[in-house]
Design a protein around this ligand. Sequence first.
Ligand code: AMP
Length: 341
Amino acid sequence: MTSITTLGSHCALQVLKGAKDEGFDTILICEKKREKLYRRFGFIDELVLVDSFNEITNQQCTSKLKDKDAIIIPHGTLISQMSSSEIESITIPIFGNKWVLRWESDRNMKEKLMLESKLNVPKSLASPKEIKSLVIAKRHGAAGGKGYFLATSEKEYIRKRDKLVTEGLIKGDDDLYLQEYAFGVSAYLQYFYSPLKNELEFFGVDRRYESDIDGLGRIPAPQQMETDTIPSFNVIGNSPLVLRESLLDEVYSMGERFVDTAKRLVAPGMTGPFCLEGVYDENGKFMTFEFSARIVAGTNLYVDGSPYSDLIYNEPMSMGRRIAREIKNAKNENRLSEVIT
Ligand code: AMP
């Protein structure tokens, strides 16, 4: 009996609920400090308790999961807590393409995948000396926006960078990626690509509420000018959004270009959930500043289905459940190797 497992954080509840709804046994790899939280949910069959998530590569944990014929569903916590090499060395099957996660973690590879997909991407800067207009400095990996900052000059950049170094969040320039700031309405486009059906499904869209940049708008400009805190982009939660229907055609085209490019650059391609993240400008043109090559936490909004998944499925279909459905279909068709790495 195959079971579905994931790390206890990010979107674990949605993923395991979806797995249970599709008839799988569910296992949560859970840090001891979070045991009490996750014991509250009846759809989690078993907890594997660890001191730290890195333990999933050790012998004891691996053999426990192999005994249960487990498939790991990767999410943002896996990427933020483990290096790409550590993830690639996991011997338990991972749903989707574990090799594409390296392309998510490395900003330069990420930019290449987006540009080759013919997405509009804000320009990146090779050095702070090139700063002439508003830029955002971002950390590598899935940092969730923590420690990001804005700057309009090299001088301002240096002051803010040094503060992050003092706080121990970064070591220096190499930990930061500079990108032109894109103005507009933010939107995080959630997709699922099924290699079994060779079909792309648009699953939903959300916005992020980020601290404390989103809180700044609540205080008047004179007080904003007086604060000497450096606002960050740390995600606190997500809210739902639906798009003007006239934007949907391009939403699908962008997703399809991304899937085609991933097939070409990083075999076996973009299996399962992914997200294109950016802003719409005043002409409805989407600037993609980022992608996630796995399920995003914004899908937690739609545990019962989204306005878009409802158009495809006549039953509540969360992203977590969609993943489990793909695994179930792959097993039934003897094609499991096409959806795991
Ligand atoms: P990321 O880690 O790239 O998803 O960035 C975290 C947050 O920073 C995003 O959710 C946006 O609010 C903001 N952000 C990142 N890149 C840009 C950009 N180029 N222009 C505007 N906002 C950005």
